[in-house]
Design a protein around this ligand. Structure first.
Ligand SMILES: Nc1nc2c(ncn2[C@@H]2O[C@H](COP(=O)(O)OP(=O)(O)O)[C@@H](O)[C@H]2O)c(=O)[nH]1
Ligand SMILES: [Mg+2]
Ligand SMILES: [Zn+2]
Length: 379
């Protein structure tokens, strides 16, 4: 088939984006750095994203990489396995794997001092071991698959980690009331990609507006997109399909206030919703680290409730990194005249040409520019 690499990338799903690693190596001067990752990289995409994360923070080593490296050196630790489910004052709540009740635990000092520059050594979703021979104490911590982190609002030198080991970032938007905001969806998608969490898009309120174009756009990007009536309980349109899609997974729900997150969780998981009472409305007034909470769902999945996702770290990335996290832009990047093209003002830019032809949605290009020009400029 004619068209070569473009067809190969077309419609590629999240977990299967061939060529991003190659693209990054082809487009950066720091290709030597990739070697360190080769032995633990699952695939080229992982190499690529780690490359971006590495440069984003902590003088060449990402917080997550440093954390996991230190953990490998740490004591294996005795005790029963469990998972951090929340915080209660100075205690860390651990849900034991054996199904017993949550345990308020203290933390062994060596774990508290693990990584400098981190506000909280443990976060919701951490896999731990608890020694219960006396007062319960967390003795060991397993490496993390991924995490959501951001700079502390009071001290920019400190990083707050508020959830780890997530399977899905559920991005919720409403078809109307409030109107759908593709730029906000794109921001969450970049956060998901940067943190290596698979995103899933839910559009609520099909009775309040029209979102056919957005549904088509995000499905066209290879994303799983659900249209869901969230205020009609378990019988609402799309609820059963979404519940099936999330079964057994650890999910975090993100979205603007008023789009129907709480309603959605009520419809999906009435048992959990009765206990949560609240689910992350973004930002404002809540202590992100200590108010994060995870809830066990029927079937073994978990719902992680945390605000602050919108402010997750994308500062520190360079335009090239952001463009690579936009799968639709990245597809055209190899055809730009300059290998480090930022797709703004450069001549012979294949990305801008594609926007002009309608091969890249105008809203996607606009949100890319907004991130590059507003967020990255803010650092
Ligand atoms: N018409 C309609 N209203 C909805 C739908 N989903 C949620 N709502 C309503 O939208 C409002 C905000 O919902 P809520 O779940 O509190 O949003 P949250 O702020 O994201 O948690 C509530 O009045 C809900 O009843 C829907 O699919 N259709
Ligand atoms: Mg709510
Ligand atoms: Zn370009």
């Amino acid at each position: 088939m004619a068209g070569g690499h473009r067809d190969k990338h077309k419609g590629a799903g999240w977990s299967d984006r061939p060529g991003l690693g190659r693209l990054r190596r082809a487009n950066t001067k720091e290709s030597g750095r990739q070697g360190r990752w080769e032995d633990r990289a699952e695939d080229e995409t992982a190499v690529d994203l780690h490359g971006a994360i590495e440069r984003a923070s902590h003088a060449g080593e990402s917080l997550l990489a440093k954390f996991n490296r230190l953990l490998r050196d740490a004591d294996a630790g005795d005790g029963e396995p469990g998972e951090v489910s929340g915080f209660d004052g100075t205690r860390v709540l651990v849900r034991p794997d054996d199904g017993g009740p949550e345990l308020p635990c203290s933390v062994r000092r060596v774990l508290k001092k693990l990584v400098a520059g981190v506000k909280n050594p443990l976060c919701v979703g951490d896999r731990v071991r608890v020694d219960r021979s006396h007062d319960p104490v967390i003795t060991a911590l397993a490496p993390r698959r991924n995490q959501l982190e951001r700079a502390d609002s009071h001290n920019r030198a400190l990083v707050q980690v508020f959830a780890a080991n997530l399977d899905r970032l559920v991005v919720v938007a409403s078809a109307g009331d409030p109107p759908i905001k593709p730029a906000l969806i794109d921001r969450y998608l970049v956060i998901a990609a940067f943190n290596r969490i698979e995103p899933l898009v839910v559009v609520t309120k099909p009775d309040r507006g029209e979102a056919a174009a957005e549904l088509a756009l995000y499905r066209g990007l290879g994303l799983e997109v659900h249209l869901v009536r969230a205020d009609c309980g378990a019988e609402g349109e799309g609820v059963a399909a979404l519940r099936a899609a999330l079964a057994g997974l650890t999910c975090v729900v993100a979205g603007q206030s008023g789009v129907g997150k709480s309603s959605l969780i009520n419809a999906l998981f009435p048992e959990a919703a009765a206990r949560t009472g609240r689910v992350a409305d973004e930002g404002h007034g809540r202590h992100t680290t200590n108010s994060a909470r995870s809830w066990l769902l029927p079937g073994g999945g978990r719902l992680v409730d945390t605000p602050g996702i919108r402010e997750c770290t994308i500062t520190g990335l360079e335009p090239l990194d952001v463009a690579l996290l936009y799968s639709d832009l990245a597809r055209f990047h190899p055809d730009c005249h300059f290998r480090d093209c930022t797709h703004r003002h450069e001549p012979d830019c294949a990305v801008r040409a594609a926007v002009g032809r309608g091969d890249i949605a105008a809203s996607r290009y606009a949100s890319y520019l907004a991130i590059v020009e507003e967020d990255l400029a803010a650092t």
